[in-house]
Design a protein around this ligand. Structure first.
Ligand code: ZN
Length: 281
């Protein structure tokens, strides 16, 4: 991607290198669990995330000092995140103003290992996520290495992840997210999972819109970028993740969609650049 030298977003809150303080008032209730699960980029660590909410930890105040200073590579990655976030702001400002409304951009929090969110304690092991409760995207930059390990290296793959989380923010703004949560509350587990898949695939489609509009504005794509994006979409398909974990991929357990579906909807948004093409429901 040709991303250097472009505007960087001011909507980034840098919590790297800061200690973690757990507040006494932890998150509680099923709604919070659903909130955070719907915002996760993949379903891999669902059990671990749930343990944060269900009887996890002592609950008391706890401080952990992070001893890892941020490296030059991390700072370069942070500059990348700020640039991609700025491109999403330009895209969604345009889309919203085309329809006569104002876009309220999300904040993006960079953190290390764990951090406090309005959706409970966010942990790097869960991957990037969006918390609808505070309109913030949470990213630990070590996820870039994790993506490589999952077979999706490259800057465009990471840009797709950021754009997907911004997609969840859009769903929060336009009311899709709260509709889905209401329906999920009335559904059994497989019904709730099926709704989650539709929401995740729509976020992939919205990420595709981002690349369509950004490319039209700035021509940032380089050879191989699109392939990187597809590789990332496939790597985080539920079937890919379950197979890798030695589990049989079962549709009723999917929360994010298969590799094929994720690639399809990402491509759909990229092709059309139109929000009305993201009809995954
Ligand atoms: Zn997601």
């Amino acid at each position: 991607m040709r991303w250097r030298g472009r505007r960087q977003s001011n909507n980034v809150e840098d919590r790297r290198g800061r200690g973690f303080v757990r507040s006494k008032k932890g998150a509680s209730g099923g709604a919070m669990i659903l909130l955070i699960l719907a915002g996760l980029f993949f379903g891999q660590d669902v059990q671990r995330v749930l343990s944060l909410f269900v009887g996890g930890g002592s609950g008391g105040p706890q401080v952990q000092q992070s001893s890892r200073p941020s490296s030059a590579a991390d700072d370069d990655n942070a500059a990348f995140v700020k640039t991609i976030l700025a491109e999403t702001e330009d895209t969604w400002n345009q889309v919203f103003s085309d329809s006569g409304s104002n876009y309220q951009a999300p904040k993006l929090v960079l953190y290390e290992e764990q951090t406090q969110t309005a959706c409970g304690v966010g942990k790097a092991a869960s991957g990037p996520f969006y918390c609808p409760g505070d309109y913030k995207i949470y990213i630990d930059l070590s996820f870039m290495t994790e993506l490589k390990r999952m077979g999706a290296p490259g800057d465009f793959a990471f840009a797709y992840v950021i754009a997907h989380e911004v997609g969840h923010h859009i769903q929060n703004l336009i009311g899709v997210a709260s509709d889905v949560r209401k329906k999920q509350a009335r559904s059994n587990k497989s019904g709730a999972n099926a709704l989650s898949v539709k929401m995740e695939l729509q976020a992939d489609c919205l990420a595709g819109i981002w690349i369509n509009r950004t490319e039209q504005r700035n021509s940032i794509l380089e050879q191989g970028d699109i392939e990187e994006g597809f590789a990332a979409a496939a790597a985080v398909g539920d079937d890919t993740i379950m197979s890798r974990a030695g589990m049989a991929p079962r549709r009723e357990n999917f929360t994010h969609g298969s590799a094929k579906e994720r690639m399809y909807w990402f491509q759909e948004g990229m092709k059309t650049g139109r929000i009305d093409s993201c009809q995954t429901f």
